[in-house]
Write a protein that binds this ligand. Sequence first.
Ligand code: CTP
Length: 421
Amino acid sequence: MDGTSSEPNSMTPEITGDPVAGRRILLGVTGGIAAYKSVELARRLVDRGAYVIPVMTKNAERFIGRATLSALSSEPVHTEIYDDSDPIVHTRLARECDLIVVAPATARLLGEYAAGISRDLLMNTLLASEAPVILCPAMHHEMWGHPATRENVTRLRGRGVTIVAPEHGRLAGGDLGEGRLAETETILAAISERLGHQNDLAGYHVVVSAGGTREAIDPVRFLSNHSSGRQGYAIARAARARGARVSLVTTVDLEPPVGVETIEVVSAEDLNREVMALARVADVVVMAAAVADFRPERVAPQKLKKADGPPEFVLVPTIDTLAELGRHRRTGQIIVGFAAETQEVERNAQEKLIRKGADLMVVNDVTREGVGFTVATNAVTILDRDGGRAEVPLAPKSTIAHAVLDRITELLGEKLPSPTE
Ligand code: CTP
């Protein structure tokens, strides 16, 4: 995996004080008179060090030229869902950005986004993305005031979308009213606020392990478990979005989050070596990996043959990385373990937290529906050493990731007054 680290702005942003600098911002432009103002927005964002990815709808092209927006953004304009060189362009765009801003956003876009209907690349990208979204509506004042638009706006706000309300002013056709695209300064302030809020891990180095380890039996077989690695990846992606430098030690071949250093490993032993090396300089280590507790004592040098009868395995314990981290922690370092349990869930997890010397233990009951390894959702309880507990109800793994990071940033605030790097 290359971690796409050659991208100009894919590296962890420097702490410049400007939350926009170094961020990947997807700028959606829909078809309205105000579309020309998106060019100025793109230019201002690029000037502040953002990497701007422009996406235009077909109607937007009636109002501004692709060449103009491409020239002032960081890469050429995208418009097509189907692109020969990249058959799933919307999922790539959706994953690779830290924020989506649509300016101007038409009544059609508000309606389709509220209803989850997709007919073009911009809507596909919005629906595929977990990044924060800012919509800047612009339309005739009757349309802005229509009950359908009001309902759509309320619904979108309820889902966490920031709506930068249009301003009062002169509209197309010479009318006066509320519907004019907000000033560029207002939109920039909304972007800074949304990203700034998420910059609370800037300067910290977070190490995350993900996936189930594979312990070789012979050259073609291994012992493993059902872990998909998705929760670990969600934590790595969320930590990166909040400004951390992130190293992901993984056993699975999922698409690496942009800007995250990815290290592939196979066995518990490999994982231990890589995590312990990174832990020497990390501020936070999150052990989301499902590490095998035992491995075959010896790996057969040749493939075991059925004709030789059922093999007998002697299993020996692997190194417990979490416990080792607990024993060798740096001053102020935060160590987080995961516990997937099937019975006496919290009692087992609390005992593990103390035994392994972790600061937090993220516990889930994998017998519950919608919880566990292969699904996209999870529900967890976050336990701390002082007996504190926080429940995070069933939610996408990205939401769980942010809840875990919220708890980590609280602890960092108590232990480390400022970033160490
Ligand atoms: N872990 C680890 N190294 C191991 C085993 C587990 O670092 N060899 C970590 C996991 O990444 C996880 C935590 O320890 O963060 C709890 O893992 P779990 O397998 O539930 O703990 P065990 O001590 O193996 O307990 P159990 O008896 O439930 O298997």
